[in-house]
Design a protein around this ligand. Structure first.
Ligand code: FE2
Length: 154
């Protein structure tokens, strides 16, 4: 079985990914001008915040220090998410989120195979299912080209 110290390090990495995701969602939300999409994406951002608090509680229980919530991207989510800054509109925001979600899905998918106590694995599995839901929604919205549909509210 993996040592507590190793578990703490792995969970700290995951929390950093979720912190970056919260920032990325924050930037995307500002660029999404379709109310229903924005509301959905706000809920996804709340999921990432919950991941941070749940995993931080585990880290503390194991005697570790959870990462502090930084004001900026720390670079744990590269490429797509950081590119949110340079794009405009709902289309660009969704495409940037898609690329970020690919990354968070991969990280959580990998984490499911870590040799961890069951209670921690079940949190990771639940977070992974959130990530799957986020990715499917974003992919569907891109496929549907929601930015071309009527009812845009600015
Ligand atoms: Fe996500």
């Amino acid at each position: 079985m993996i040592s507590d110290r190793d578990i703490i390090e792995k969970l700290q990495d995951l929390v950093q990914v979720d912190i970056d995701a919260v920032h990325a969602y924050g930037q995307a939300i500002e660029k999404i001008d379709i109310v229903s999409v924005r509301e959905q994406v706000i809920r996804f951002q709340e999921d990432h915040q919950r991941h941070i608090s749940d995993l931080s509680a585990v880290i503390r229980r194991l005697g570790g220090e959870p990462p502090k919530f930084s004001k900026d991207f720390k670079g744990f989510l590269l490429e797509g998410f950081t590119a949110v800054r340079s794009i405009t509109g709902t289309e660009g925001a969704l495409k940037a989120l898609k690329s970020g979600e690919d990354f968070t899905n991969k990280r959580y998918s990998d984490a499911r195979s870590w040799s961890l106590p069951m209670d921690i694995l079940s949190i990771i599995q639940s977070n992974y299912e959130d990530e799957q839901r986020h990715l499917h929604y974003v992919e569907q919205a891109i496929n549907d080209r929601v930015w071309e549909t009527a009812g845009v509210t600015r």
